[in-house]
Design a protein around this ligand. Structure first.
Ligand SMILES: [Cu+2]
Length: 296
């Protein structure tokens, strides 16, 4: 019996040359550098998928001008992941010749960021697997229910550009109901005693958009101006399209800001529904504010 679940993500990826999160990039200084983030097409769960295929075809320089070939495999060495159980997840990164990638740039304090969402985006996790050598990272994690989860591995290979590779994995166990994702009527959320309002400069896709999070004390409504750096910046924003095919990791316009406003600049690749998670830190605790928006 095959005990190891291995899903090979083909090297379909897109790298934004405009990514502000690259090493040494300073999004504040470059007036034209407003695409503070990187996008990635979904890798197909097929080893035969061509390495050069780019699902962002048609999105111009933002996605296509710096395509590189890497592949990632996600595995549960102890067997299939089961709902609600701690399980070891490994992430192995290889180059296009199949050689494990062992050298990475530190990006926002980590060698690799792993974002996990479930099929209806109701679940979100942002974790940091530890490098073990041989191109492999490992982390203990758990999934709240059975079903499909999409994993996004976000890293910067040494001397390279921001790279995101993703694939779906299956978790055994009873599945939660699939809730259709619908745009929020109001972009104000209360999380962990904070009231977070999202203000968008536009809801048009393919245009520069600034996402401003205004963070207030939920009781007093007073702006919180002493946010702490989280992974070296005022906050981190991850955006995933409704079908999880599009992924944007957006970094702040001013990393050194401390609130109550945190601004992020990006561009949505297409019209449609997206879920946005803003992550911030206050009083030593990270909180995550989720929003669903419709771009049209
Ligand atoms: Cu991270």
């Amino acid at each position: 019996m095959k005990k190891t679940l291995i899903l090979v993500a083909a090297a379909a990826l897109a790298i934004s040359v405009l990514a502000a999160c690259g090493k040494g990039d300073d999004s504040k200084s470059a007036g034209g550098n407003k695409h503070a983030g990187h996008t990635a097409g979904s890798a197909q769960a097929s080893a035969h998928h061509g390495g050069d295929h780019n699902e962002h075809d048609g999105h111009g320089a933002e996605a296509a001008s710096a395509t590189a070939d890497f592949q990632v495999s996600f595995a549960f060495p102890a067997g299939a992941a089961k709902a609600d159980e701690d399980t070891e997840l490994t992430v192995q990164v290889k180059d296009k010749s199949g050689k494990p990638v062992d050298r990475y740039e530190v990006s926002h304090e980590k060698l690799l960021h792993l974002i996990v969402v479930n099929h209806d985006l109701s679940f979100f996790n942002h974790i940091h697997p530890t490098f073990r050598g041989d191109g492999t990272f490992a982390v203990n994690t758990s999934f709240p229910a059975g079903g499909e989860y999409k994993l996004f591995a976000d890293f910067v290979p040494a001397g390279g550009a921001n790279t995101t590779l993703s694939d779906w994995v299956q978790v055994a166990g009873p599945e939660g109901a699939h809730a259709a994702i619908t745009a929020d009527k109001t972009l104000v959320k209360e999380v962990d005693g904070k009231e977070v309002e999202l203000i968008m400069s536009t809801t048009k896709p393919k245009e520069d958009v600034t996402l401003t999070f205004n963070i207030r004390d939920a009781n007093t409504k007073r702006g919180i101006d002493n946010l702490q750096p989280y992974l070296g910046a005022i906050g981190h924003v991850v955006i995933v399209s409704e079908d999880a095919s599009q992924y944007l990791h957006v970094h702040p316009v001013d990393e050194k800001a401390t609130g109550p406003d945190a601004a992020f600049a990006t561009s949505f690749p297409d019209s449609g529904t997206y879920k946005i998670w803003g992550q911030f830190q206050h009083d030593g605790k990270v909180f995550t504010a989720p929003f669903v928006v419709n771009m049209k």
